[in-house]
Design a protein. Sequence first.
Length: 317
Amino acid sequence: MPESPAPVAESPESSSRPPCPAPADFRAEVATYDRMAEHAIWEGPRYRMHYRVLGQGPPLILVPGIAATYRGYALMLNRLASQFRTVIFDYPGDHPDDGAKLGRITHDHIVDDLFGLIEHLNIGRAFLTGLSFGSTVVFRALHREPRRFPKAVVQGAFAHRRFSRAERMALSLGRHLPGQSSRLPWREQILAYNSKSHFPSIIEDRWPYYLEQNGLTPIAALAHRLDLVTRLDLRPILPEIRNPVLLLQGNEDRIVVRRYFDELNAALPAAEGVIMPLVGHQPHYTHAEALAQVTADWLLPCAPEGCPNEPKPAAGT
């Protein structure tokens, strides 16, 4: 008879390795962020900008995506706040009483207001991280004042997007519709097609929360930002951006597909690109802890002698 296979002995390293922690409770993380973060308003020249600050350390400004609330980034910001003074702000039109005249606000104005907030907070140099639409604001800021930003991280980034004539007409009409984007027809079906498969069962509770927060963006504000994207082409300035930029791209991203990443990686002189397997366009929901970790590690790499919180090797090893 064939011999039974010998049992495989576990290495001391694998047997002592702690189990993976359970995924964070996303809503609890939002509650923690709301309790700990400072919420204030800057009376800017174009609108009353709501912003939030959490943490101590080098300033890190997160420029959000096109249809999101700060709550969608709460878990990521909670983790980053252990090493950075994090700042996140709302776009014009996100609040009905912010006084924004959307028809008069250009993409350059949004960049102007980012610099205005930096001055308001008395920040000298800062790190930038931008997600999706936020990456376009980051690129313009890096091009305008490169010495102010030592490094930047962008995810789901692009320098331009293509839109059909029908899409352009729909966007033009959308700027005049009242209410929030939760009223848009087929919204949930489109979001599910693009992103639901990237929310595995272990974090399935985050999917309805993502739908809820995505639906809070006013239709007029969303259409305004999309309209700005249709007019945007940052490709000519990319070769002039010499700041180190980390490009993060979800391999399964259906919204900002791989060709935009390849275009940026080829055009930015100091870019480093990372493809994230099994990740879509919403890693701040699906992989928030890992996204925060790779951002922090790249912006503040460990010294040659090791990270301050890293376990020291045993004597003789």
